[in-house]
Design a protein around this ligand. Structure first.
Ligand code: NAD
Ligand code: LMR
Length: 329
């Protein structure tokens, strides 16, 4: 081991995503093969015993990079000293629900967690919100952490980004690594806009190469945007391993950077770029460098993209207004 352990707090540790996520963190995939980690697990009191069971299995993995595991049912303790916080713990939707239907049920979780992060997390804290509705939950947590730079609060749209890569790679008969500059804009919801306007396949424009606007508009976009519901329909449960994998990707990229000539997608606090109201946590194409996500600037936005981005951002503004009414921000 070449450095001191990084404290990683994971909420909802006894849940489905937690079970898929924790072993990958312990194996070094979140931060890299040279970085030891200490896990700080947060659960509700009824689920602490199950989290203890997962911790026993983590022990049994004898992971060389795993420097310790602590389990809490109090957010203040769980976030104390946290360098990375993965806010997963929240109720998932079931068949027939939209993610926005979870606002009231889950919104209440993120206020005390934001306060606890503000009170005790490490100065370099980075927060990823996975629990749905992820963008607005991130906004709630961020608004209760006034002493933490707002840019440290992010919401997960990397799963949508990965879904878009997978659909395009299949359609084009290429590897996902042949694709660059795909982007998810807006909300992690059915209104999201998976965009290929600037995307490239082996250096050529994706839309021109596919040459089938109807497929892009009527198949690709809804397939990606409604993939979460399709997984729930097929599995009877919401996505878990793919969500955990995307959370690993999001944090790994945040810490280690994006490759030259490419970007990824993340829900980050808007600075007003591309007409997205300042303060909303919206997905954008982003690069990462020196431990910071930055919105890609200067992209031309065509009319089709403009309408889709505006529709999803309007939904984010409605969610913000709804949580304001509920007294959550
Ligand atoms: P799950 O029900 O299996 O697990 C959730 C866990 O969170 C449970 O163990 C529960 O006890 C715990 N929990 C509830 N309230 C808590 C609190 N206040 N503090 C700490 N822990 C708490 O659900 P899951 O399948 O693991 O999904 C978790 C969340 O992630 C859901 O909201 C789901 O919709 C969301 N999700 C988001 C994405 C994304 O792309 N952003 C993808 C998949 C799932
Ligand atoms: C997903 O996209 O799979 C998750 O957000 C779960 C859901 O409710 O769709």
């Amino acid at each position: 081991m070449t450095q001191a352990p990084v404290n990683v707090t994971v909420t909802g540790a006894a849940g489905q995503i937690g079970y898929a996520l924790l072993f990958r963190i312990a194996s070094g995939q979140l931060l890299g093969a040279d970085t030891p980690v200490k896990l700080r697990l947060l659960e509700i009191p009824q689920a602490v015993k199950a989290a203890e069971g997962t911790a026993m299995e983590l022990d049994d993995g004898a992971f060389p990079l795993l420097a310790g595991i602590d389990i809490f049912d109090d957010p203040k303790q769980a976030f104390s000293g946290a360098n990375i916080a993965l806010l997963v713990g929240a109720r998932p939707r079931s068949k027939g629900m939209e993610r926005g239907d979870l606002l009231e049920a889950n919104g209440g979780i993120f206020k005390p967690q934001g306060e606890a992060i503000n009170a005790g997390a490490a100065d370099d804290i980075k927060v990823l919100v996975v629990g749905n509705p992820a963008n607005t939950n991130a906004l709630i947590a961020q608004s209760h952490a006034p002493d933490v730079p707002a840019e440290r609060f992010t919401a997960m749209t990397r799963l949508d980004h990965n879904r878009a890569l997978a659909q395009l790679a299949k359609k084009l008969g290429v590897a996902v690594t042949d694709l660059k500059k795909v982007a998810i804009w807006g909300n992690h919801s059915a209104t999201q806009y998976p965009s290929v306007q600037h995307a490239e396949v082996n250096g050529k424009n994706v839309a021109e190469t596919i040459n089938d606007q109807a497929w892009l508009a009527d198949t690709f976009i809804p397939t990606v945007a409604k993939r979460g519901a399709a997984i729930i329909e097929a599995r009877g449960l919401s996505s878990a391993a793919s969500a955990a994998s995307a959370a690993i990707d999001h944090v790994y990229t945040w810490v280690n950077g994006t490759p030259e000539g490419d970007w990824t997608s993340a829900g980050v606090v808007s600075d007003g770029s591309y007409g997205v109201p300042e303060g909303l946590i919206s997905s954008f194409p982003v690069t990462a460098k020196d431990g910071k996500y930055e919105i890609v600037q200067g992209l031309e936005i065509d009319e089709f993209s403009r309408q889709r981005i505006d529709a999803s951002v309007a939904e984010l503004a409605e969610e913000r207004d709804a949580v304001r009414k509920l007294g959550l921000i």
